[in-house]
Design a protein around this ligand. Structure first.
Ligand code: ADP
Ligand code: ZN
Ligand code: ZN
Length: 717
């Protein structure tokens, strides 16, 4: 009898033992169906042995070991193990977060693979197989000269046995050797970047590819991907947003014809996602392109890791296992001994600090790649003297006019969706508030709803004030819907297109909008930070920025970094083709260093300013942080739990500071009252070891009616 040690998706920081008669070491990394209470769960076998703390007679028997896919490799399990340890979550939870949902269900996958191949073990076995195993021998012999289509092999017991023993492995038709379609010669800076990265193929080397917008960073990493593939490797390409995948997918298909690429995002149907995952695992897919969850794709021949727009906060998962896909991507590159390329025009301060310290090699692309394309001229428009009407200063309005007259496109950035951030009563002061969150309900006039942007709660627009009956309720402030209306009224001949998560929510919408922009069927684009994310709109020559000042006074210490990145990226949309671009930023604080840096396109010097501030204030990257959060239906209960949690924290703190419990900035969300305790240390190692001990103690703390979690390297407070 053997003991199976399993990772189950159960919120307990431990593994679970079951017994099995038939299991062997070869089953490590396979999925198995087991009884858990009254349910059936899928576990992943992380060890097979004989030792267990549970009396043998109390071990429950495991059910079926699923043989419908290759086992998860040791490397992959190590990645999950690292994430579990670093982010302080149970291994079972991490593994089940990493697996596509389809693989977590206690049902076998359907559909045979496209083809089969013989493994090294199979080759070895062929030499020793006796004549009695005629059927198995026949199958192996068919595969000796190369993979064969699955249609050659009808399902049979010998075939299943060979697959189970790992002698025959599923495969899909192999890729042709990739050839890169070369559009244009590289710029000298690009040549250097490509040379440095490709020279590192085969060993761990992190790079920061920092280049101004339009400097050809994509071009650089595509060439490196081609080289990695030519060496028989696989490439992992992470992007921050689902909407960026189609664009990149097209570019890759065009540049590397015939190469098999899969995308992995949460937008895929369950079967598609499982198929993409399996194609990565079998090695059939040479390129995996995806959002943060793709960092867990199994890649047996991983040769290159690329994280595009590495500064983007969406690489950090904000629920469940709160991992940073960017950081795990670098860990993966190190574990696999391959280069990692982090790309951005506005790197995160964390990454920038690594590059300054020489831990990451800095590759710089200071100029736009397209011949004749220059960085746009950035100007500030002082709203104290040029007072906006309906959000638009006369300077910006006339710039839009001229842009229209030239037949070019303009882009107006306002990082707030909806019609107005709040609906209010002038008579009594009532304001539309969410019943479940400490937040306002946003007015959406397109479908006449009030909507909470935090919890999704929505309700009809009231006809009169709920407190005093006044029928004159007025929208306050301005969102993209209102701006869209204003622009349409002000420039009646212009075709105005709004781009925010409301207008791009449904499948295919964003692509249609993108096509209409590309084909010139739009004159004015109005949108939120979606526009700041790496899109290429060659026809845009004017960018207007509204209401950016709000972020300058935010309490979050990351707000200026984020604002600078956003504005820099948005500004970078202007004049990417031949026509020169202009950017107008409306502000009450034209002298602010952030805007001044923007005018001069000076990422590096502004990053230095911000880093100096962070150093003085004792913020990351100069300290490492984690928070313990608690939420319940009552703030006192949440704070009370955190008080107890703080009290049982290990005495031995070793340079780890633990602060008092405080309510979160958004103290109430979806009816839950939220508070947190911050832990800080200048030593990551000290913080990690403190968290491991603390987390252990926390699981033993009684938490009635309180939900809690640890968040390592948090970005929300
Ligand atoms: P980034 O990712 O740095 O913003 P991209 O890689 O998207 O920049 O390149 C911006 C534009 O410049 C693209 O249209 C691309 O085709 C073009 N481009 C890139 N490299 C070159 C080059 N060496 N010569 C001419 N055009 C280039
Ligand atoms: Zn009222
Ligand atoms: Zn809400």
């Amino acid at each position: 009898m053997k003991v199976l040690r399993l990772a189950l998706d159960v919120p307990l920081p431990r593994l679970f033992d079951y017994r099995s008669d038939a299991a062997s070491q070869a089953d490590i990394g396979k999925r198995v169906v087991v009884p858990f209470g009254a349910r059936s769960l899928v576990g992943v076998i992380v060890d097979v042995g004989v030792d267990t703390d549970v009396p043998l007679e109390r071990l429950r028997p495991a059910g079926r070991i699923l043989d419908d896919m290759l086992p998860l490799t040791r490397d992959w399990l190590q990645l999950a193990q690292f994430a579990a340890q670093y982010y302080q979550r149970p291994l079972g939870e991490v593994i089940h977060t990493a697996l596509p949902p389809r693989l977590r269900r206690p049902r076998s996958l359907q559909g045979p693979p496209e083809a089969y191949a013989i493994s090294d073990a199979g080759r070895a076995a062929l030499a020793t197989l006796g004549t009695r195993a005629r059927a198995r021998r026949a199958i192996l012999e068919l595969l000796v000269d190369g993979p064969q289509s699955a249609s050659v092999f009808p399902p049979s017991a010998p075939l299943r046995a060979l697959i189970r023993e790992g002698m025959v492995v599923p495969e899909s038709s192999p890729d042709p050797v990739p050839t890169l379609v070369e559009d244009h010669p590289l710029t000298p800076d690009q040549v250097v970047a490509v040379a440095e990265i490709t020279a590192s193929l085969g060993r761990y080397q992190p790079f920061l590819l920092a280049g101004v917008t339009g400097s050809g960073k994509t071009e650089v990493y595509l060439r490196c991907v081609a080289q990695a593939l030519a060496r028989g490797g696989q490439a992992l390409l992470l992007v921050p947003e689902i909407n960026l995948t189609p664009q990149l997918q097209q570019a890759i298909a065009h540049r590397l014809p015939g190469v098999r690429m899969v995308t992995l995002t949460s937008a895929l149907a369950a079967n598609e996602r499982a198929e993409a995952w399996l194609a990565a695992q079998s090695g059939a897919a040479s390129i995996v392109l995806g959002t943060r969850l793709a960092v867990f794709a199994p890649l047996p021949r991983l040769a290159l890791v690329v994280v595009d727009e590495e500064h983007d906060l969406s690489f950090k998962q904000q629920e469940g296992v709160r991992y940073s896909a960017r950081d795990l991507a670098v860990y993966r590159a190190r574990a696999a001994g391959v280069p990692a390329v982090l790309c951005s025009a506005t790197p995160s301060l964390e990454t920038w600090a690594h590059a300054r310290a020489g831990r990451y090699q800095l590759l710089h692309l200071p100029q736009r790649a397209r011949p004749g394309s220059r960085l746009p001229t950035v100007r500030v428009v002082d709203t104290r003297t040029d007072v906006p009407v309906e959000g638009l200063t006369s300077t910006l309005a006339s710039a839009i006019d001229q842009c229209l007259a030239r037949g070019e496109q303009s882009l107006i950035f306002l990082n707030r969706r909806g019609y107005a951030p709040v609906l209010a009563c002038g008579a009594c002061g009532w304001a539309s508030g969410c019943t479940r969150c400490a937040a306002h309900l946003v007015l959406h006039t397109a479908d006449r709803r009030l909507r909470c942007h935090h919890c999704g709660y929505e309700t009809a627009i009231p006809r009169h004030c709920p407190t005093c009956g006044n029928v004159d309720l007025a929208p306050f402030g301005r969102g993209t819907q209102r701006l869209e209306q204003t622009l349409a009224a002000r420039f009646p001949t212009a075709r105005v297109v709004r781009i925010d998560s409301d207008s791009t929510r449904r499948k295919g919408q964003w692509e249609r909008i993108r096509e209409s922009i590309a084909s010139g069927a739009a004159d004015i684009l109005v949108g939120t930070q979606i526009l700041a994310k790496g899109h290429d709109f060659p026809g845009v020559t004017l960018v207007g920025v509204l209401n950016a000042d709000a972020a300058l006074v935010a309490a979050d210490y990351r707000a200026p970094e984020r604002l600078f990145a956003q504005l820099y990226q948005v500004a970078g949309r202007a004049g990417r083709a031949q026509a020169p671009g202009e950017v107008l930023v409306q502000t009450r604080f034209p002298e602010h260093p952030l805007y001044q840096a923007l005018i001069r396109h000076e990422f590096a010097s502004y990053a230095e300013t911000l880093l100096a501030e962070r150093r003085n204030a004792g913020f990351p990257p100069f300290v490492h942080e984690a928070v313990l959060r608690a939420e319940s239906d009552d703030m006192r209960r949440s704070l009370g739990f955190l008080g107890e949690a703080r009290a049982i924290a290990p005495e031995q703190r070793d340079g780890v500071a633990l602060y008092d419990p405080v309510p979160m900035t958004l103290a109430r969300l979806s009816g839950r009252e939220r508070a947190q305790v911050l832990a800080q240390s200048s030593s990551r190692r000290a913080l990690q070891s403190f968290l491991a001990d603390w987390s252990h103690a926390l699981y033993n703390l009684k938490a009635s009616k309180v939900r809690w979690h640890l968040d390592v390297d948090p970005i929300e407070f």
